[in-house]
Write a protein that binds this ligand. Structure first.
Ligand SMILES: *Cc1c(COP(=O)(O)O)cnc(C)c1O
Length: 340
């Protein structure tokens, strides 16, 4: 089976398992796991932040960020397709007691003007207190769209002016950087906190890191414990993350090139419409005449390919390190057979 449902399906390679098996470990709740500390330090300094916090998942790093930037009753500004809102079990509402102000945008990328217009008047006691803006880069529901750093700058200025926090859900920030060429430092300085996933395109079995100031990460550490994310000999997992940073960053461009080869095939298929421009490793398209996405995926499955229906007639395919060039030919043939 060629699994294109998500870039989370990758399995740790033999070399990654080797690195995990030989990791030096300690009790991370006591702050004694050298491998976790090394991973946190490495990502924090890469993005120009003071400290990092290793967590089991990107949902946890995002939800901790929301929690430390807000108080119950506050409001968070994000895109209507944002992962923090759609795919984290209602955490913004349940874990932090916040409401969301949802923006409609260009595939997940809203503007500074939209943010400014969405901030509630602080003098109006009857309105929720707006305290945080969330930017997702790349945008998952936006077909892996990359943010323009100049617009992020303008949003950052709006946030400073109104005293709002600014968080990046950077689950796929390394995919964005592989294409746009900006450095982690350039992204880092425009955000108060950034969540970075190791278990997506980077290929680790689990783990995300939140980076920010020493003060914010001290608060974050308490919230992580409260949520049950304080792991003990977590260096075994952190070692996979360090291995991924050493070996799986450069190759992200290969996934993007493969996604573009499939984009070229899909553009020619009469049964396909609304193909989002492929910018990174995610491909999203719809079927003509609102054909049923689930049955399209079932036909693909018979031909050995797994894709994901993300709407009644919308399909997502994601490239990752377990899908090589050889598989692209097979996917192409399967698509030609069924998408008539
Ligand atoms: C996958 C993902 C996350 C984190 O998901 P987990 O499965 O909890 O690690 C966060 N944001 C985006 C945009 C994602 O795609």
């Amino acid at each position: 089976m060629i699994d294109l449902r998500s870039d989370t399906v990758t399995k740790p390679s033999a070399a990654m398992r080797e690195a995990m098996a030989s990791a030096e470990v300690g009790d991370d709740v006591f702050g004694e796991d050298p491998t976790v500390i090394a991973l946190e330090k490495r990502l924090a300094s890469l993005f120009g932040h003071e400290a990092g916090l290793f967590c089991p998942s990107g949902t946890m790093t995002n939800q901790i960020a929301v929690n430390i930037h807000t108080r119950p009753g506050d409001e968070v500004i994000c895109d209507e397709g944002a992962h923090i809102y759609r795919y984290e079990g209602g955490g913004v509402m349940a874990t932090s007691g916040c409401s969301v102000k949802l923006l409609s945008s260009d595939r997940g990328r809203f503007t500074a003007d939209q943010v400014e217009a969405a901030i509630n008047d602080r003098n109006a006691q009857w309105l929720a207190n707006t305290s945080l803006v969330n930017i997702e880069n790349t945008c998952n529901r936006g077909g892996g769209a990359i943010w323009n750093i100049a617009e992020v700058d303008r949003i950052n200025t709006v946030c400073r002016k109104h005293g709002l926090g600014i968080h990046m859900d950077g689950a796929r920030i390394f995919n964005a950087m592989a294409e746009s060429g900006e450095s982690p430092l350039e992204w880092g300085k425009r955000f108060d906190t950034i969540s970075i996933c190791l278990s997506k395109g980077l290929g680790a079995p689990a783990g995300s890191v939140l980076v920010g100031s020493n003060k914010m990460m001290a608060q974050a550490r308490r919230v992580r414990k409260r949520l049950g994310g304080g792991m003990r000999q977590a260096g075994i997992l952190a070692a996979a993350g360090l291995y991924a940073l050493d070996h799986h960053v450069e190759r992200l461009k290969d996934d993007h090139a493969r996604a573009q080869r499939l984009e070229a095939v899909l553009l020619e298929l009469p049964g396909v419409k609304d193909l989002m421009p492929v910018e990174t490793n995610i491909i999203i398209f719809s079927l003509q005449q609102d054909q049923d996405a689930a049955s399209f995926c079932a036909k693909l499955k018979e031909l050995g390919i797994l894709a994901m229906a993300i709407g009644p007639s919308q399909i997502r395919m994601v490239l990752h390190l377990d899908v090589g060039d050889g598989s692209i030919e097979q996917i192409k043939l399967a698509l030609l057979r069924i998408a008539k």
